[in-house]
Design a protein around this ligand. Structure first.
Ligand SMILES: [Zn+2]
Ligand SMILES: [Zn+2]
Length: 256
């Protein structure tokens, strides 16, 4: 089976009619992994008919709302669907502090499955998950709150890197060198590049510079600001630097 990533949300903090906040479903072999879970992710999963019985782990890059507000709704729905298999959530320790009381309050002893939190330190590059098919490693990023990306290395050495919210950070280049598919946030176009410093985000061009310098095979860009309506602008600016760039369009699946 080919490994693939399905884009569930590729907008930034302010949801638009065009985009929902961040979320991706990675399908590897016999398991699915959810990466970030912005508001609306569970609806897209259901509308696309994606199966959640293979969903094994959730990886949360950081605790800004556009990356985790969808979790409580998803957990509640999975419980209503009588999931029995435990669900593992990998995130900064504060997520358990914030989410556990909500799970207890809203689902309480009606919860049909166990939620197991694994605390990660986003400032360290470290292996956080390993099974016989895949290894997942953190990639520390430069953002307003502790944030990391994730590197998925499959048996057979195919690799997918998810670079969540970050300022332009050439430090990550050696960590993602030569990956088969890189997702890198691209919140702004050149026109708004002054905002990158204040909001700690990247432009499409900067995402492409990282892809070029890391000599990755293909680049996906997303986390589009609501300030830019025409997504072709992101694509054009990135492709000037790295031609193998595609937009992380919602409800599309990309194989690698
Ligand atoms: Zn974000
Ligand atoms: Zn953020």
């Amino acid at each position: 089976m080919t490994d693939s990533v399905t884009i569930l949300g590729s907008g930034s903090a302010l949801p638009t009619f065009q985009n929902s906040p961040s979320g991706q479903m990675l399908s590897l072999n016999d398991k699915s992994f959810l990466i970030d879970c912005g508001e609306g992710v569970q609806l897209t999963i259901r509308q696309m008919g994606l199966k959640t019985n293979r969903l094994y782990c959730v990886f949360i890059s950081h605790l800004h709302g556009d990356h985790c507000f969808g979790l409580i709704g998803l957990l509640s729905t999975l419980s209503m669907m009588n999931r029995t298999q435990p669900l593992h959530i990998y995130a900064h320790a504060d997520l358990e502090k914030l989410l556990r009381p909500l799970i207890d309050y809203h689902c309480g002893d009606m919860m049909s499955f166990e939620v197991i939190f694994h605390h990660i330190n986003p400032r360290k590059q470290i292996v956080i998950f390993e099974d016989r098919n895949v290894t997942v490693e953190t990639i520390p990023l430069k953002h307003k709150v502790p944030t990391c990306g994730f590197l998925f290395t499959m048996k057979g050495q195919r690799r997918y890197a998810y670079i969540s919210d970050t300022m332009y950070s050439p430090k990550i280049v050696p960590m993602i060198s030569g990956v088969d598919l890189l997702y890198h946030e691209a919140t702004y176009t050149d026109e708004h590049d002054a905002r990158c410093k204040t909001t700690t985000h990247s432009t499409a061009r900067q995402a492409a510079m990282i892809a070029r310098d890391a000599e990755v095979k293909n680049l996906l860009i997303g986390h589009f600001s609501a300030r830019v309506d025409d997504h072709e602008l992101f694509l054009n600016e990135a492709q000037e630097v790295f031609p193998n760039t595609r937009l992380a369009e919602e409800r599309k699946t990309f194989e690698f």
